[in-house]
Design a protein around this ligand. Structure first.
Ligand code: SF4
Ligand code: MG
Length: 333
């Protein structure tokens, strides 16, 4: 089946000023050659440390940030002459972490939710807004005429979800959408999102630093490191076998994971390298305990694992042709 969205070689460098008097021009390689597809109705989780390019990837998808290179194909049409940014934005909505900043403080909840429907030129936007409020668990009789500051964080995030749905999107990009919520509220909002996906036939890209949250909601997980994809796999497959050394470190740092199932991997040393001047070859080589000479010079390509071709990893420990781990390298088969 045709994916709802696919990106190929997506790239974004941000110019920054450095050096004495800020005269040196440098580039932050925020997203550097990212490719993936998301099927209709699927949820793809994206994980990685802060600064790995998760949020920039999200903004590129929705056109909030302009890409330097690469292709975005939405429902069979490539962004460009055949698909305008305006048309893309109709199909994609975004929900951010900060539920307050994205709502107009002087607009009532009903007006905020109805706004999207009005932009779309839909009939009776207020009635539609009330229906959606009800669906996300906010009784219109109680909440329609309230203002954002009168709501809790969880209630505001429900408003943001209703507002996104009012635009009739097909893809919703959720960037740390539940990260600011208490655990109990977080669980409720995650359940709501799962239900809404089925009910409205939505596709999600779910960005989070919290692996347990991503596991709960996602069908597949994509791991980013310094602007690149290092591993992508179905949830069960990556839960069972973290193939990339970086993924292993991420998982072993997870607090609440079942201790029996836990990767015995020492925690990551140091901070991620500066994305202005990322390491050569495999960008993870400065922090990888398996690194060898080839890792410093040769960029590993994403290849399917022998056990599951849908599970792909970019690491020289694996044979690019067969997908088997190379002998004697320390990574279990
Ligand atoms: Fe480590 Fe080399 Fe694999 Fe990179 S390619 S993750 S440095 S073993
Ligand atoms: Mg972010």
């Amino acid at each position: 089946a045709q994916p709802l969205i696919s990106v190929r070689g997506l790239k974004k460098y941000f110019p920054v000023r450095g050096g004495i008097l800020g005269r040196t021009q440098a580039q932050v390689q925020a997203v550097d050659g990212v490719s993936f597809e998301v099927a209709k109705g699927e949820t793809l989780g994206i994980v990685g440390e802060s600064g790995c390019g998760k949020s920039t990837t999200a903004k590129l998808l929705i056109g909030l940030t302009e890409k330097d290179a690469g292709e975005i194909v939405f429902d069979g049409f490539a962004l460009g002459p055949r698909l305008s940014l305006k048309e893309l934005r109709k199909g994609v909505q975004m929900v951010f972490q900060d539920s307050y900043a994205t709502l107009n403080p002087r607009m009532t909840i009903e007006a905020s939710v109805a706004f999207g429907a009005k932009v779309q030129g839909l009939d009776n936007p207020e009635a539609r807004a009330r229906k959606l409020m009800e669906r996300v668990g906010l009784d219109p009789a109680r909440f329609a005429h309230r203002y954002p500051h009168e709501l809790s964080g969880g209630q505001r995030q429900r408003v943001n979800i209703a507002r996104a749905l009012a635009m009739s999107p097909r893809l919703v990009v959720l960037d740390e959408a539940v990260s600011a919520l208490d655990k109990s509220v977080e669980a409720q909002v995650l359940n709501l999102l799962s239900d809404l996906r089925k009910e409205f036939g939505l596709t999600y890209i779910f960005i989070s630093h919290d692996l347990n949250v991503v596991r709960y909601i996602s069908d597949r997980i994509l791991v980013m490191y310094l602007g690149e994809v290092v591993e992508i796999a179905p949830v069960d497959s990556i839960w069972e076998r973290q193939a990339h050394p970086y993924t292993r470190s991420l998982f072993s740092a997870m607090p609440s994971m079942d201790p029996d199932n836990r990767t015995k991997e020492p925690p990551l040393a140091g901070d991620p390298p500066n994305p202005i001047n990322p390491p050569s070859g495999c960008r993870f080589h400065t922090r990888c305990r398996f690194a060898s000479e080839v890792c410093k010079s040769k960029v590993p390509v994403l290849g399917g694992l022998a056990v599951n071709a849908g599970h792909r990893v970019a690491c020289h420990l694996y044979d690019a042709q067969s997908g088997h781990p190379k002998a004697g390298q320390g990574i279990p088969a």
